[in-house]
Design a protein around this ligand. Structure first.
Ligand code: 13P
Ligand code: SF4
Length: 304
């Protein structure tokens, strides 16, 4: 590791102790950011950590909706997003106004909102979900009709496991939606003994060819606990670094080298250091929106 990088890491450690800060990091973040994490995880694990962990400052290395969720759950703590302009294009595929209109069109439906969404959209929703609990959330509701926003692929994935009618919004993650069945077939030909793991943000025809569709941390658990040695990993390639560290004896091959989320890769060590010095960029959610969004998030977190 270059000396200047090592020096920044030492500065981060010192500032973290001074500020009594915790660093939450998503599984897609760059390797050097994963290495400074207090908690490295998927969206659900990070939301739970934001709600329950001690510490006076939260440094969120991920994208804006994740930091917003943390700010909603810990309203009294500064929540910092070092790469302040990192966002999720899928979250921008629905607005609160669009959702209000859709609710009028489907008056009996419950609104299940994937956490990859703005605080305003969460505030209009009955309950949130992540990729690791979406099916459980849908099946836990009393309503027979579910307006599922904003990810059409996760919504369609839920439809496989419920008798309810799931009405998916037409949003998608560009990283996962562009993975093709042809890529799965080519990867299987190259690694015929491998188990294929894909993220449920992938298209249905890609999920059809996979062995399992799981969240990012679900993939780590599957690879580490399986007796199989070889895996094809159908998600953002940042996760391969964690897989190599957590399961060094296993072989993990990316399903698509092109599965790269630009926003997840914006964080740098210098940005983390600077955010701890200046306590910016800080994510603040207006109280009125936060209060309504919190109901939807906490309802999800309360599920067993
Ligand atoms: P999970 O880590 O919750 O599976 O989410 C994937 C993702 O795309 C986050 O932006
Ligand atoms: Fe959004 Fe997809 Fe990037 Fe996740 S990987 S932040 S869903 S664009």
């Amino acid at each position: 590791m270059p000396t200047d990088q090592q020096e920044i890491i030492e500065e981060i450690k010192r500032l973290k102790a001074e500020r009594n800060a915790i660093i939450l990091v998503h599984n897609y973040q760059p390797a050097e950011i994963q290495d400074i994490a207090d908690i490295l995880g998927d969206s659900l694990e990070l939301a739970r950590a934001a709600a329950t962990m001690d510490g006076e400052v939260i440094v969120f290395c991920g994208v804006d909706f994740m930091a917003e969720t943390a700010a909603i759950l810990s309203p009294r703590k500064p929540v910092l997003l070092p790469a302040g302009d990192s966002c999720c294009p899928m979250a921008d595929m629905i607005t609160a106004e669009n959702l209000q209109k859709a609710k009028k069109d489907h008056p009996g439906a419950a609104v299940v909102c994937y956490v990859n969404s703005s605080a305003e959209v969460k505030a209009e929703s009955d309950i949130c979900c992540t990729s690791s609990n979406a099916v459980k959330v849908v099946n836990a509701l009393d309503e027979d009709e579910i307006l599922f926003v904003p990810d059409r692929n996760l919504g369609r994935y839920c439809q496989r496991f419920t008798k309810k009618k799931v009405i998916p919004w037409d949003g998608y993650c560009y990283v996962h939606d562009r993975i093709t069945p042809a890529q799965v077939l080519a990867a299987k030909r190259a690694h015929p003994n491998a188990i294929v793991l894909v993220h449920p943000e992938c298209r249905p025809e890609v999920i059809d060819l996979a062995d399992y569709a799981v969240s990012t941390s679900g993939m780590i658990q599957e690879v580490c606990s399986s007796k199989t040695d070889d895996f094809i990993i159908g998600t953002e390639t940042g996760i391969l670094y964690r897989l190599k560290k957590d399961c060094p004896k296993k072989q993990c091959y990316p399903l698509a080298e092109s599965a790269f989320c630009r926003d997840m890769k914006k964080t740098s060590l210098a940005m983390v250091r600077d955010s701890l010095v200046t306590l910016t960029p800080r994510i603040v959610v207006p109280d009125e929106i936060a209060a309504r969004a919190r109901c939807a998030i906490e309802r999800m977190l309360a599920l067993p």
